[in-house]
Design a protein around this ligand. Structure first.
Ligand code: F6R
Ligand code: MG
Ligand code: MG
Length: 365
């Protein structure tokens, strides 16, 4: 059976500040998706959040980029904004809803989208990841680890079905172009691109035989709007097992709290800390950037789960390491490389501050 998994998210108001979402937002979103399930539009859903982003995970049979499904997500965000975020005066109510009118597809309108149409296998384990206070490039490192690094994923060496490697679709977010690179043959070319977080983002990964393995969101709100408006906190869907990385190989990619861009005011580098749903709220310096990982077994499109994977002492060491790194890098205060490079700061409120110094610069002797 063909099933589409759609994970659509938006920050439509934070409680308190940019920390997390309000329980009433989750409640209303669930109600809306339950109604859609009853009418048969979607097969199943799971509403959750990571930090201040409301996450709508849905399964259906309408394919990717389907106007009805995108409209359902958009209408849900609008209704939650109007009925909850605005009346409770939540912070930044509706901030990711960049356009007033819906035009058939939420892509480019603010919300982040990861979608994947699959032929449901005999058993279909999937993991969805959602991160807050960071950007889509945050997945570059773990996706490389999962699908191209034999020191992370033993299956690349051991499993004949994975031994040929994977194909990565990389998007140039500045030029709006994509390129597909094969690993292991083009591993160094791939790394030459995806190590540049500010520009290149992995959007999809396939097995060499064409089986879709991972799909990520690539919305960059700052690029859509030309300045720092809201966040582009990313989401990711990964399929596991039986000729794909095992659940544990996928999770292993998050055992190292690599540095990502985002954090306070979207202007700082910091470690990505894997957390449980109950700890998916941002606190220290509006962070540190966090990621949740939820496992589901699909059966005829029903989402059997979630298995809250990072709710586990096995990730305690990673969290401790993340906080050690957070503490270390925080001591740089406004200095690079904690604060992003001047180029990246162009999309923030910093140019406004520098503007007033412009006329005071004299020629140096
Ligand atoms: C980062 C983020 C927050 C805000 C910060 C300032 O993604 O959402 O760190 O940038 O709290 O917010 P304002 O300018 O709204 O007071
Ligand atoms: Mg926010
Ligand atoms: Mg957010």
């Amino acid at each position: 059976m063909k099933v589409t998994i759609s994970l659509i998210k938006a920050d439509i108001g934070g409680w308190v500040g940019h920390s997390t979402v309000h329980p009433k937002q989750m409640e209303l979103a669930k109600k809306k998706l339950e109604e859609a399930k009853q009418t048969g539009l979607i097969l199943d859903y799971f509403v959750f959040h990571c930090g201040d982003d409301l996450q709508l995970l849905m399964t259906h049979q309408k394919g990717e980029e389907n106007p009805e499904i995108h409209k359902l997500a958009w209408d849900t965000f609008v209704e939650v904004t109007n009925k909850v975020s605005k009346s409770l005066k939540l912070y930044g109510a509706g901030q990711d809803l960049l356009s007033e009118a819906f035009s058939g597809n939420v892509r480019g309108m603010g919300p982040g989208v990861a979608e994947m149409e699959i032929e449901e296998r005999k058993s279909e384990p999937i993991i969805v990841f959602a991160a807050d206070k960071t950007a889509p490039s945050a997945w570059n490192f773990p996706l490389f680890k999962m699908f191209a690094d034999p020191f992370n994923t033993a299956g690349l060496v051991i499993d004949p079905n994975m031994h040929l490697g994977f194909k990565f679709e990389v998007m140039d977010t500045i030029e709006n172009k994509v390129v597909v690179l094969s690993t292991p043959e083009e591993m160094y070319d791939l790394l030459a691109l995806i190590g540049s977080y500010e520009r290149y983002v992995v959007r999809r990964v396939w097995r060499k035989d064409g089986l879709i393995a991972a799909s990520a969101s690539v919305t960059r709100l700052s690029l859509i709007a030309g300045k720092y408006v809201g966040k582009d906190d990313p989401v990711l869907i990964v399929r596991a097992q039986h000729g794909l990385p095992a659940v544990g190989e996928i999770l292993e990619a998050f055992s190292f709290p690599h540095l990502v861009e985002g954090w306070m005011r979207g202007s700082h580098n910091g470690p990505l800390m894997p957390v449980s749903l109950k700890n998916a709220k941002c606190t220290r310096f509006d962070g540190p950037p966090r990621v949740v990982g939820l496992g589901f077994q699909l059966h005829e499109g029903i989402l059997e789960g979630p298995n809250d994977f990072f709710d586990d002492p096995a990730f305690e060491y990673t969290r401790e390491k993340a906080m050690e790194v957070a503490d270390y890098i925080r001591r740089h205060g406004p200095f690079e490389p904690h604060r992003l490079s001047a180029e990246e700061m162009e999309y923030t409120t910093l140019p406004g501050v520098l503007e007033k110094l412009k006329d005071r610069f004299k020629e140096a002797e």
